[in-house]
Write a protein that binds this ligand. Structure first.
Ligand SMILES: NC(=O)c1ccc[n+]([C@@H]2O[C@H](COP(=O)([O-])OP(=O)(O)OC[C@H]3O[C@@H](n4cnc5c(N)ncnc54)[C@H](OP(=O)(O)O)[C@@H]3O)[C@@H](O)[C@H]2O)c1
Length: 382
């Protein structure tokens, strides 16, 4: 860590608040015991658990990759070990995406740029997280490096997502927050009212991206999009878009409003060539939901075999395959710290063309999310 990383508003001489959160996170949690991010003032209070963890040779964090700037901390903040009662600081590694701004700018996160939006390509899905576990997971996800959080009115967890964001201590402008209008909130009045409710629950003044969650069969698309456009003009949301829209619906939406995104199911077992073509035609980006196919990707032998070549898991291979595609973002959900970290550790290898082709060849029509009465007439895979 360099002196340039010092945040002078922070009482700690070297580490910015975000770093402190990451440090506390790194030192106090186990794989399934997600932390609530706190500021540096709480470090001393956490020392007991730090000490316990330090003595545990099998602590999950000790087996992860160690970051070089741990040494930076030692150099710039010599009292750290004493304050945390750490006996073997170098036994601790930081979550490998506990990144400072400068590290992320160095390329540990890919960004998608569309119509003035700059979206971290790998986001954190929050369905079906709920309650305190959801807040802890969101705070932990931010601590390990996620800067893009996906929620929805339908998930019933916007308040908990908001609490996690607040606990993270990260500046608002460092985060990209997406939420979605439920199907019963698509009339003009409901769009305005329910978005205010979402903002209140999230504890935010502005959403980054507001989506129509599922197309309506009763409310005219023009009415919903006009109401969303008004919200954009009033600053309640920076961008608007849609989710679960087919090419036909997307063509209509893109002519009626200045949308930026279609969020659809996309993973190696579901070909989405038609939607990708429409997204490109309209200058949008595609967000892949269920990108690890809710556990089917990690079990796939082809993806596992490809992963072995790179020392990566099947899930990491699939996420890299998605993010290598032009204007494609992905929002895997991970309730466990190990998965959260693994899903971010996908920017340090390159898939060979033959491996990309082998993953392309897995494609087909193995759709997971298909809700009778809600789903549109999906595009056929081609
Ligand atoms: N727009 C829509 O209609 C829509 C629909 C569905 C989902 N979404 C959004 O997309 C997000 C993700 O989709 P999803 O939750 O359906 O599916 P997903 O992200 O493909 O799968 C989540 C499951 O995969 C596991 N997992 C994650 N990373 C893993 C890894 N590296 N190795 C092994 N297993 C791993 C998770 O386990 P652990 O939790 O145990 O870590 C969890 O059980 C949702 O959270 C939601 O935000 C949107």
């Amino acid at each position: 860590m360099t002196q340039a990383a010092i945040d002078h508003r922070n009482p700690h001489p070297v580490l910015g608040t975000n770093d402190i959160t990451g440090l506390e996170f790194a030192c106090t949690v186990g794989a399934n015991d997600l932390p609530i991010g706190t500021t540096g003032q709480h470090l001393a209070a956490q020392a007991g658990s730090v000490d316990d963890a330090a003595q545990d040779r099998h602590h999950p964090l000790t087996t992860s990759r160690r970051l070089t700037h741990v040494d930076g901390w030692r150099h710039f903040y010599p009292r750290l070990e004493h304050e945390l009662k750490l006996r073997r600081l170098d036994q601790f590694c930081l979550p490998n995406m506990m990144a400072t701004k400068s590290r992320r700018k160095d390329g540990l996160m890919k960004f998608i740029e569309v119509k003035g939006a700059r979206v971290p390509a790998l986001g954190f899905g929050t369905w079906p997280l709920s309650g305190a576990a959801c807040s802890r997971a969101v705070a932990a996800a931010i601590a390990v490096g996620y800067r893009h959080i996906d929620t929805a009115q339908l998930y019933g967890n916007e308040a908990e997502v908001g609490a996690g964001i607040s606990q993270s201590g990260l500046a608002r402008d460092e985060l990209w927050i997406t939420t979605k209008l439920s199907r019963d909130h698509l009339t003009a009045n409901a769009v305005a009212r329910s978005t205010e409710d979402s903002l209140r629950r999230l504890g935010l003044d502005q959403i980054d991206l507001l989506l129509i969650h599922w197309p309506s069969r009763t409310v005219p698309l023009a009415e919903t999009l006009e109401a969303m456009t008004r919200l954009r003009q009033s600053g309640k949301t920076r961008f608007i878009g849609v989710s679960n829209f087919t090419t036909k619906l997307l063509d209509e939406a893109a002519t009626r409003a200045d949308i930026v995104c279609d969020q659809v199911e996309y993973h190696p077992f579901l070909t989405q060539r038609a939607i990708l073509g429409a997204v490109k035609r309209h200058g949008l980006f595609l967000t892949a939901y269920s990108p690890v196919a809710r556990g089917r990707v990690p079990r796939d032998p082809t993806l596992q075999a490809i992963g072995r070549k790179y020392g990566k898991s099947a899930a990491q291979v699939a996420l890299r395959w998605l993010l290598d595609q032009d204007k494609v973002a992905a929002i895997p959900k991970a309730g466990s710290l190990a998965h959260m970290q693994a899903n971010l550790a996908i920017f340090d290898f390159d898939l060979a063309p033959e491996d990309r082709a082998a993953i392309d060849a897995l494609g087909g029509d193995r759709r997971i999310v298909d809700i009778a009465g809600w789903s549109p007439d999906w595009d056929r895979p081609n």
